[in-house]
Design a protein around this ligand. Structure first.
Ligand code: HEM
Length: 146
């Protein structure tokens, strides 16, 4: 669980990213798809996935980037309430495990890209403030597979 100080600094860090949820969410996905092309195999129904330039313009990628960031934002609003935090994370994890069949190694990949982007845009303190959140998300998502 998170201390009051951890909750405050994680929220402050996340707010900077979430101001531009669609652009930043899209940037995270485009980086995942280009640096880890195997992750594209889950998105064969998305059009225009051949180059980063195309992906950045894609309404499907942009919409999905926004959706992923909205889900993280909901979790960030409940860091001080484990039950509510898991109430958001568990059903999402179930869907990724059973319906979407996402290899759980990809959760660490996307979380590391989120942290990388935070560091590039807002600096090392911002990244450091959010690491515990991405660790919690990855740990719980991966535990659902066990
Ligand atoms: C769908 C969030 C990681 C692949 C979704 C949805 C959300 C979401 C909110 C929509 C769920 C719904 O419609 O009920 C997240 C979060 C992640 C994460 C918060 C980690 C921080 C991943 C990873 C992959 C992935 C790593 C694959 C590499 C998918 C796919 C869909 C999906 C294929 C369905 C997309 C569609 O057909 O529109 N995710 N996701 N997700 N996610 Fe994730």
């Amino acid at each position: 669980s998170f201390s009051e100080a951890e909750v405050q600094s994680a929220r402050g860090a996340w707010e900077k990213m979430y101001v531009d949820a669609e652009d930043n969410g899209t940037a995270v996905l485009v980086r995942m798809f280009t640096e880890h092309p195997d992750t594209k195999s889950y998105f064969t129904h998305f059009k225009g996935m051949d180059s980063a330039e195309e992906m950045k313009q894609s309404d499907q990628v942009r919409g999905h980037g926004k959706r992923v960031f909205t889900a993280i934002n909901d979790m960030v609003q409940h860091l001080d309430n484990t039950e509510a935090f898991l109430g958001i994370l568990n059903p999402l994890g179930q869907k990724h495990a059973t319906q979407l069949k996402i290899d759980p190694k990809n959760f660490r990949i996307i979380c590391d890209i989120i942290l990388q982007l935070m560091e590039e845009k807002f600096g090392g303190d911002c990244k450091a403030s959010f690491e515990k959140v991405t660790n919690e998300i990855c740990t719980h998502l991966t535990n659902i597979y066990k």
